[in-house]
Design a protein around this ligand. Structure first.
Ligand code: 5RP
Ligand code: FE2
Length: 221
């Protein structure tokens, strides 16, 4: 049986009360905290960095999953590892040396992953499958929360699932962008096991009600 993980994206949390927000969402049943890092260069938005990761670290005991939307990638990896990140993912187009960036993440004691935009081919995985602990399929173009799920992502999730099964390795398959109570089961049926949701959770007053409803739909898959 698949273990499903819900990873709220704090992009849609109240940044003025971030410690309380992450504590509340973990109490509500979150398995992972998804931490979106945007640099106003690789993506047209600017968010949070290692200092904020370090600040929330003592508030939660679940893994912090750092989604780097930055270019270049390597310089910032050690800072996030020191700040308490557990998983660090990056976009292959943003790294000059994908193998080196994956190795750098692992050398700093974190799980490493690659992120695929809607138009980025999975072929980037071909020679690095053994160095990947997570594959993250974007179901929106990166840069903003609150966008609509792009249905073509389902086919890519299924393709990634096939590659993971073929590899025989234990690799998390995460989907990010526009995930809601209504479409989470479709993403799971396609093969995802880890679900990022920002606006769907933090946009509602009762985080537990949303996470419970997501789990109820996952249980039907
Ligand atoms: O990486 C991201 C955007 O680039 C975010 O993780 C993602 O968009 C989550 O927000 P929402 O669930 O509201 O779509
Ligand atoms: Fe993200």
């Amino acid at each position: 049986m698949t273990t499903y993980r819900i990873a709220p994206s704090i992009l849609s949390a109240d940044f003025a009360r971030l410690g309380e927000e992450v504590r509340n969402v973990v109490s509500a049943g979150a398995d992972i905290i998804h931490f979106d890092v945007m640099d106003n260069h690789y993506v047209p938005n600017l968010t949070i960095g290692p200092l904020v990761c370090q600040a929330i670290r003592p508030h939660v005991d679940v893994p912090i999953d750092v989604h780097l939307m930055v270019k270049p990638v390597d310089r910032i990896i050690p800072d996030f590892a020191k700040a308490g990140a557990n998983i660090i993912t990056f976009h292959p187009e943003a790294s000059e040396h994908i193998d080196r960036s994956l190795q750098l993440i692992r050398d700093h004691g974190c799980k490493a992953g690659l992120v695929f935009n809607p138009a980025t081919p999975l072929s980037y995985l071909e020679h690095v499958m053994d160095k990947v602990d997570m594959i993250l399929i974007m179901s929106v173009n990166p840069g903003f929360g609150g966008q609509s799920f792009i249905p073509q992502a389902l086919k890519k999730i299924a393709e990634a699932r096939r590659l993971i099964d073929e590899s025989g390795r234990d690799i998390l398959l995460e989907v990010d962008g526009g995930i809601k109570i209504e479409n989470i089961a479709a993403a799971a049926a396609a093969g995802a096991d880890t679900f990022v949701a920002g606006s769907a959770i933090f946009g509602q007053p009762d985080y537990k009600a949303v996470i419970d409803a997501m789990r109820a739909n996952l249980a039907k898959v």
